[in-house]
Design a protein around this ligand. Structure first.
Ligand SMILES: *Cc1c(COP(=O)(O)O)cnc(C)c1O
Length: 228
């Protein structure tokens, strides 16, 4: 079994190293520990080591964990594809959603999020490599989607997210992240409060941080390979 405390420290060192290369402050980059398919004990080990942000992809699995771990006061990020029949659970249990790519989902989440809780933090997902099988909307759809989120008081527009093709070469990894960063800067002209670029995973976090990522989503490097 992988030792979560050590691997977590290792990931924060990698983030700090990448920040140094990019001439940035490590504190500008938030690490979300992606705990999908890992058990509650693994999450508790990471929480005991000081980790606060956790990411999950499967709604039912996540709600069980969120409910069981409520006393830990963790921050939960939904990073899976959003199906309309799951929006109520997402609106009731999560703090963030990174994967919004259509108006119908914006309407449902905005209506279902209680007025009495903090607004749900939202990132729009961009299909940055234009892959037919992948979630996310086209770059030029972002402007209208952002306007729609910004109009809803129960949602808070935070930024953009992408999940590029797997590439191993650093220079090749940087390209889609640079494109997302460019789009983010354009969107900030009309939405100046945007502060989140959700990009980078275990295999490409250095490239993402060099290109301006403010939030990396790290699973394998913290928890080891996912159980099948
Ligand atoms: C699973 C997943 C991650 C984590 O991937 P690792 O390669 O294990 O770090 C990050 N983002 C999304 C959207 C994921 O589905």
């Amino acid at each position: 079994m992988i030792r979560v405390t050590e691997s977590l420290a290792q990931v924060y060192r990698q983030v700090a190293n990448a920040a140094e290369i990019a001439n940035r402050q490590p504190g500008e980059i938030r690490v979300v520990a992606v705990s999908k398919r890992h058990n509650q004990a693994s999450i508790e080990a990471a929480a005991a080591a000081g980790q606060r942000d956790f990411g999950e992809n499967f709604v039912d699995e996540a709600v069980t964990k969120i409910t069981a771990l409520a006393d830990h006061r963790l921050c939960w990020h939904y990073i899976g594809a959003v199906q309309s029949n799951k929006t109520r659970l997402i609106a009731n249990h999560f703090d963030w959603v990174h994967t919004i790519d259509r108006h119908k989902i914006i309407d449902r989440l905005a209506t279902q999020r209680a007025e009495t809780t903090a607004p749900l933090n939202v990132c729009l997902q961009v299909n940055i490599d234009a892959e037919s099988q992948k979630s996310g909307a086209a770059p030029d759809a972002m402007f209208e989607l952002a306007d729609a989120v910004a109009q809803r008081s129960t949602l808070r527009l935070r930024g953009l997210m992408c999940l590029p093709k797997v590439r191993t070469d650093l220079e090749a990894q940087r390209k889609p992240f640079a494109l997302l960063r460019q789009l983010f800067d354009e969107l900030r002209q009309t939405h100046p409060t945007l502060d989140t670029l959700s990009m980078g995973m275990s295999g490409d976090l250095q490239a993402a941080i060099i290109e301006g990522s403010t939030l990396v989503r790290i699973g394998t490097a913290i928890f080891g390979p996912r159980p099948v």
